[in-house]
Design a protein around this ligand. Sequence first.
Ligand code: FEO
Length: 170
Amino acid sequence: MLNETVAGLLNTQVNKEFYSAYLYLDFANFYEDEGLKGFANWYRVQAQEERDHAMLMIQYLQNNDCKVVLESIDKPNIELNQKMDPLKQGYAHEQYVTSLIHNIYAAAYEVKDFRTMQFLDWFVKEQGEEETNASDLIKKMELFGDDAKSLYMLDSELGGRVYAAPSLVL
Ligand code: FEO
């Protein structure tokens, strides 16, 4: 069994990861409506990754004989008007998720829960990559978003993203 606080935080994080998937699906739907199918694809793949994160946490909790309690997932609390809006909100959201992962890590560190710290190492690295991706997308949109041809090429590039199962195996 895991420490009660650590297990509770991980259980809460399951909900946060499913919310992330929901949020990114909302972004994908926004871009579909805008006719930017490549951006929509990028966020659909991101939503799949977020679901994977939740599933990995569920599996980790169950591997450690902890009960998983699923709570309702909030409606995405955002307003999307401009093409840049999802990109900026996505970046801010990833920074928030990083802070949550770090909080769980700190709680595990506090009780010398080395197993959970090792499990979370993958997520710490993943958050770094996701923040970089989100920030890079903003920079690209700032550079090319106002030019129709460049936006078309950027959309084509993002349309090439394919889903890959997570590299973390439990
Ligand atoms: Fe699962 Fe992007 O945090």
